[in-house]
Design a protein around this ligand. Structure first.
Ligand SMILES: *Cc1c(COP(=O)(O)O)cnc(C)c1O
Length: 481
């Protein structure tokens, strides 16, 4: 058979589209997308036939190859997962889960028209951030506040609006990289400001800042070294001293606080992180922070501080490009109201961080019993684990947690077990230790025990390939920042 003849053996699109199994995808992804996927698959076969691979192609073999892709395209991609990693603010898994009140607020703001930019009393235009500004001020003690898309945006906006074309002084110990694409030197360059580095990596003194101030200086910038800790022979300058220096020379004092802790968390055994309120009290002019880290709300960048500065940011054109959506604002208002009412225990991030060993141990015990029923052949045991705050907060702090370890004959390595759980329905992201998968219970939400049990059922019964021991997949825990 020559190449031409072999190519003629390819089934026609019409034949493929007429098959019932193919037709069933019309309702999920539309006929045109089905056609597109099939034609890509046909192209692959055409290529192979040209290269002399295979004699001919049946409709069945085209469908067999196209089916996984059609199925994948027919399913939602952004879906809930069970976080059994013990990392509370897990950036890859969406950081904070919203409190029930915040979820309600999101739903109602999404469903209907709202007062987003409308003042009901006056019947005219209002400001979208008015809904939360007073709350931010109440909770942090600041004069004014603003909310933008995220903290990276907040830092960029502050630098662009206040420091563009001028110099910003930063300690060399604080020129940090936060996750893939947020590096302080780069964000300063992007804002149009000029970075002036002072001090040494481990030690920066007040005189270093002082000597660097010129008539071109716009601001001193303090950056929270969120994701690492420096130990040993180190020195940095206190906020009070920097604030006094800034006052003396008439420059701004801006702090990128990162995690945005609104409450003193030492009662959870997490000490050492200043709250936004403390930074304001100590004289920082403008503090920026994330909404979905320790605050436990939606993704936002909070900016609080002196009113003239916040107003300058509010009216700077870039702020329009960074503005937040109504669902985000609704979630933020509801979350901040919980703080106002002393109900922050209802914020999942706080509940997880404050859970004590006894609570966690009995939660782990319950999970253990539940999973033993689901998978009698499994080797489960109750075990102490190390949990983490994540999200670049308290990097040195390991929290004592409890969990359930699991391995079983035929499930392969820990990496393989993790992969089976990740690709189960529902999806479960578990930790690992040696040859076992680990379910950390700190980060489990209501109903997650049952979801993990369901994932076991899926692996054991619906999929039936738990016996596959291909261990080419190692534990590929993604970057948690
Ligand atoms: C997390 C973090 C950021 C980025 O905040 P996003 O809200 O993710 O944009 C910036 N600076 C610091 C110090 C951080 O910890």
């Amino acid at each position: 058979m020559d190449a031409k003849e072999r190519l003629r053996s390819l089934p026609s699109m019409d034949v493929l589209l007429g098959l019932p199994v193919v037709e069933s995808f019309f309702s999920t992804i539309g006929r045109e997308t089905v056609k597109y996927v099939l034609s890509e698959t046909l192209d692959l076969f055409r290529q192979e036939l040209r290269e002399g691979k295979g004699e001919g192609v049946s409709a069945e073999s085209v469908i067999a190859r196209a089916l996984p892709l059609l199925t994948r395209r027919g399913e939602y991609s952004l879906i809930p997962v069970v976080n059994a990693t013990g990392v509370v603010i897990h950036t890859n898994l969406g950081r904070s889960c919203l409190a029930a009140d915040a979820v309600e607020a999101v739903i109602s703001s999404a469903r209907s028209y709202s007062t987003l930019e409308f003042n009901l009393e006056e019947g005219k235009r209002g400001l979208r951030t008015d809904h939360v500004e007073w709350l931010l001020c109440r909770i942090t003690g600041a004069e004014a506040g603003l909310v933008v898309n995220n903290n990276a945006g907040a830092v960029l906006l502050a630098l662009a609006a206040l420091c563009r074309g001028k110099e910003v002084i930063v300690s060399r110990g604080e020129l940090v990289e936060i996750g893939g694409s947020f590096r302080i030197p780069e964000i300063i360059a992007f804002s149009g400001a000029r970075l002036v580095e002072v001090g040494a990596t481990n030690r920066t003194h007040l005189r270093d800042y002082k000597n660097a101030i010129t008539e071109n200086t716009a601001a001193l910038l303090k950056v929270h070294p969120s994701n690492f800790r420096m130990e040993g022979f180190t020195a940095s300058v206190s906020r009070e001293e920097l604030a006094a220096l800034a006052e003396e020379y008439g420059v701004r004092f801006i702090e990128d606080l990162g995690s945005g802790t609104l409450l003193d968390l030492s009662k959870y055994g997490l000490a050492g992180e200043p709250t936004v309120r403390e930074c304001i009290q100590r004289g920082v002019h403008l503090v920026t922070f994330s909404g979905d880290k320790m605050l436990g709300g939606p993704q936002i960048g909070g900016i609080v501080g002196k009113k003239p500065l916040v107003d300058a940011l509010r009216t700077y054109p870039l702020s329009r490009a960074l503005r937040v959506d109504k669902m985000t604002l609704a979630a933020l208002e509801a979350t901040l109201r919980l703080y106002l009412q002393g109900r922050e225990g209802e914020i999942p991030t706080h509940a997880m961080l404050s859970a004590g060993p006894e609570t966690l141990k009995s939660k782990a015990q319950r999970l253990l019993e539940r999973l033993r029923r689901e998978c009698p052949a499994g080797r489960f045991s109750l075990t102490e684990v190390e949990d983490a705050v994540g999200g670049g907060a308290f990097p040195a702090e390991k929290m004592e947690g409890w969990g359930v370890s699991f391995s079983a004959d035929g499930w392969g390595t820990a990496g393989n077990i993790q992969r089976l759980l990740r690709t189960a329905k529902p999806a479960v992201v578990a930790g690992a230790r040696a040859n076992e998968a680990l379910f950390h219970v700190r980060t489990l939400l209501d109903g997650d025990e049952e979801r993990i049990a369901a994932a076991f059922r899926y692996i054991l019964h619906d999929r039936g390939d738990a016996g596959c021991t291909s261990s080419s997949h190692t534990a590929d825990m993604p970057d948690i920042r």
